[in-house]
Design a protein around this ligand. Structure first.
Ligand code: CAA
Ligand code: NAD
Length: 294
């Protein structure tokens, strides 16, 4: 594996500076992990509150690492200084890779990424952290689709090792190598997967979540389902997992994958996740979902 990563590092564009679009659950985690591993990041969001929350989360993580003796205070300060936040794309022309982590909506991603191409250099790799949308679909309006690749991280980013690197039909081998090498430099386990709704992991996770909402629609208590799955040996049950992922994100992902494989997934019309989305209970990020949080 090390040999393979070395080959990708040789063949890809070295990532010395990066940028992240979207400072939410995923963007904040990706920026923090990149900075921790020595690659400074410019993080852009359209919402000032999201930028502040992203930095507060980085501060919390760093303080914990210093407390645990895993990081020297000077190193923690350097990591923090390596994350700069902004509401525009100033300086994006100097970065080697931009990771997009905004809303899971095809039209929005297309519009934002087509505009982003005007702010970055001609060889900058643009990676989308999309959970489910086909890379070829997002790439459709791009002027340089060869520079565009999928880089699907998992939540919580600082601790989940896997990154799916998705090769679109027009993605260049150099962009794939850049994404693999950058993920490896962040301490992750990159795997290259084919393009298609949900890639690999979410094609497994979505039927599981659908089975869960079906159980609840049939009358099961979500807390009991969670306790059962924990006792079964999984780190968290499906309801708590939805709170971690974000109910809105989960619903978007579900719709894309259900539409992508209509013969295989039968959506549950009125279900607990849709009810929570309609109530604005998006999970941990809004203070409540299936469960309540302070
Ligand atoms: N951010 C940073 N670090 C975190 C964290 C977070 N949100 N949550 C936990 N950690 C760290 C803790 O600090 C702790 O580290 P140390 O040992 O160094 O102190 C370590 O992780 C273990 O934490 P805990 O003992 O408190 O909790 P745990 O044993 O339950 O492990 C977990 C936490 C690894 C997140 C585990 O619960 C887990 O694997 N959960 C499943 C998560 C999952 O399935 N994610 C995928 C979601 S789907 C997705 O991402 C794809 C998509 O497209 C929607
Ligand atoms: P989130 O709702 O937590 O954050 C999205 C952020 O993007 C918000 O802060 C929003 O203000 C910002 N934003 C919206 N439009 C923007 C723009 N034009 N420019 C800059 N910022 C903009 O969402 P999230 O959970 O971080 O998900 C982001 C992406 O990552 C989605 O594509 C999602 O499918 C994917 N993803 C999510 C998870 C998860 O578990 N939450 C896991 C893997 C992948």
């Amino acid at each position: 594996v090390k040999k393979l990563h070395k080959r990708h590092a040789r063949e890809g564009r070295p990532v010395a500076r990066a940028a992240v679009l979207g400072a939410g659950t995923m963007g904040g985690g990706i920026a923090f992990t990149s900075a921790l591993r020595g690659v400074p990041v410019r993080m852009k969001d359209i919402a000032q509150a999201a930028l502040e929350q992203g930095l507060a989360e980085a501060d919390k993580q760093l303080a914990r690492q210093v407390r645990n003796g895993r990081l020297k205070p000077e190193k923690a300060q350097a990591v923090r200084a390596a994350i700069t936040v902004q509401r525009d794309e100033a300086g994006f022309d100097e970065v080697d890779c931009v990771i997009e982590a905004i809303v899971e909506n095809l039209d929005v991603k297309r519009r934002v990424l087509a505009a982003l191409e005007g702010s970055v250099g001609p060889g900058t790799v643009i990676a989308s952290n999309t959970s489910s949308l086909r890379i070829d679909d997002i790439a459709q309006p791009l002027a340089r689709p060869e520079n565009f690749v999928g880089m699907h991280f998992f939540n919580p980013v600082p601790v989940m090792p896997l990154v799916e690197v998705i090769r679109g039909s027009r993605t260049s081998p150099q962009a794939v190598s850049t994404a693999v090498a950058y993920a490896a430099a962040m301490g992750k386990v990159p795997i290259v997967v084919q393009d298609g709704p949900g890639f690999l992991v979410n094609r497994i996770l979505t039927p599981y979540v659908n089975a869960f909402v079906q159980l609840v629609a049939d009358g099961a208590d979500f807390e009991q389902v969670d306790r059962a799955m924990e006792a079964f040996g999984w780190p968290m049950g499906p309801a708590y997992l939805q709170d971690v992922v974000g109910m809105d994100v989960g619903a978007h992902v579900f719709d894309v994958i259900a539409a992508g494989y209509p013969a295989r997934i039968r959506p549950v019309e009125r279900n607990a996740i849709r009810t929570l989305v309609a109530a604005g209970r998006f999970g941990q990020k809004t203070g409540g979902g299936f469960y309540d949080y302070e």
